[in-house]
Design a protein. Structure first.
Ligand code: 13P
Ligand code: SF4
Length: 401
């Protein structure tokens, strides 16, 4: 038997995740030149864009966008900074944005203000006629980087050898590469987002057998618990150890095999922060994203996708108090849009998702200028065979919910 061992490597984006963290509340965009100083990797762009002040960028983006009219749709994830999201034609969580992407029939171009896996998904769902652009190619996702396609394929082979064909249904969270979505499509699996993870678990469990959940162990565990699966029936697959660190007997006993991945933004939230919020505001409602650790989700009053969090607060009566466990750009925006409620982030350190934050308005202007000059900058395209299988898993997701 060949024993494969890979040195543990920390994804660069994970190392850089705290680059923009700060203790004062100010998260206003500065020129790209000034923002370069935090030392994360940025995509190079023509130097003329680097010194443009944010107000000037806003004015020029508006003009460049207007010139493209209906040839273009801009999609924006809720974690985008204010200076970018205000130009989005549609805003949403990953699920809602993938539905928008699948429905775009008129627009020639989609600019995706979000991260790489989202643009890749939009490209797969939009089909070959839609040209999808990610303004900054360095906008990845540290969680998605924790599942390399080779490691996932090794894991799949090991599971198949140990348990037999058809014993396991793979479910991948949207936050994964097209290769991994394709692996799920090829092997009877499905994609999920934070808004439909339980429905996909039900779908997989109805087929009988076990689940391999990729790449976020926390969303996978929190969903398993909601479905009544015990902690003792869930094991974590460590890609750096042979057989994920397990024996065949462990695999046979498990109901759910969780990939060892996490989100470094959401794992910052703690039970102590929730206790502190409850001490300060006894009537506080604590709402968190299900990428948080199990103990935090258990202590919170509710949990759900970014769209769920936004809607829960919008629909709540005036005067209510909300402590939120998700990315700060969204929390600040919800607070500003709901002045009749008290809304604050559980974590007092202001820590945006460093990969979402890489979509600076200068990049948006650069790709818009390109389109107006007939040049498609930063197009995201997926190999047709991979796209075909990934689409199978995505279509299953869209039909399950
Ligand atoms: P949503 O699908 O809830 O928007 O989450 C996406 C994400 O990346 C959360 O970290
Ligand atoms: Fe990825 Fe976490 Fe950022 Fe979401 S918040 S895009 S999971 S790093």
């Amino acid at each position: 038997m060949v024993v494969r061992l890979r040195e543990p490597t920390i994804p660069i984006t994970e190392v850089e995740q705290s680059a923009f963290c700060q203790t004062d509340e100010e998260l206003k965009s500065r020129t790209l030149l000034e923002e370069f100083e935090v030392g994360v990797r940025w995509q190079k762009l023509p130097t003329g864009y680097m010194r443009i002040e944010p107000e000037e960028l806003g004015r020029r983006i508006q003009e460049a966008r207007a010139a493209l009219d209906r040839r273009l749709v801009i999609l924006g994830h809720h974690y985008q900074r204010d200076e970018v999201i205000r130009f989005a034609d549609f805003r949403g969580d990953s699920f809602k944005l993938s539905q928008f992407a699948a429905r775009q029939e008129d627009a020639e171009y989609v600019i995706f203000c979000g991260v790489h896996f989202m643009a890749e998904t939009a490209s797969i769902l939009g089909g070959p006629e839609r040209r999808v652009i990610l303004p900054n190619l360095m906008a990845g996702c540290s969680m998605a980087d924790m599942a390399h396609a080779d490691d996932v394929l090794d894991c799949w082979d090991d599971l198949t050898d140990a348990l037999g064909e058809g014993a396991v249904t793979p479910i991948t969270y949207m936050n994964s590469t097209a290769d991994i979505k394709a692996m799920c499509g090829r092997n009877g699996g499905i994609v999920c987002t934070s808004s439909n993870a339980s429905a996909t678990y039900r779908w997989a469990l109805d087929k009988g057998g076990k689940i391999l959940f990729l790449p976020d162990q926390h969303l996978g565990r929190n969903t398993g618990l909601k479905m009544g699966i015990g902690l003792d029936e869930m094991i974590v697959w460590n890609p750096f150890k042979p057989m994920g660190g397990h024996t065949e007997e462990d695999l046979r006993r498990a109901k759910v095999i969780l990939w060892q991945g996490h989100c470094s933004v959401h794992t910052r939230f703690t039970v102590a922060q929730i206790e502190e919020a409850r001490r300060r505001y006894p009537d506080v409602h604590v709402v968190v994203h299900p990428e948080c650790v199990m103990e935090v989700v258990r202590e919170a009053d509710s949990d759900g996708s970014t769209e769920f969090i936004k809607k829960s607060i919008e629909d709540a009566p005036a005067g209510t108090v909300w402590a939120v466990g998700t990315e700060i750009s969204l929390v600040n925006r919800i607070a500003a849009e709901n002045p009749d409620k008290t809304v604050f982030c559980l974590d007092s350190v202001v820590c945006p998702c460093a990969t979402m934050y890489r979509i600076h308005p200068a990049y948006l202007l650069w790709v818009l200028d390109g389109l107006n000059e007939g040049v498609v900058v930063n197009e995201i395209s997926v190999d047709p065979e991979i796209a075909g299988y990934a689409r199978v898993a995505l279509d299953r997701m869209l039909s399950v919910v």
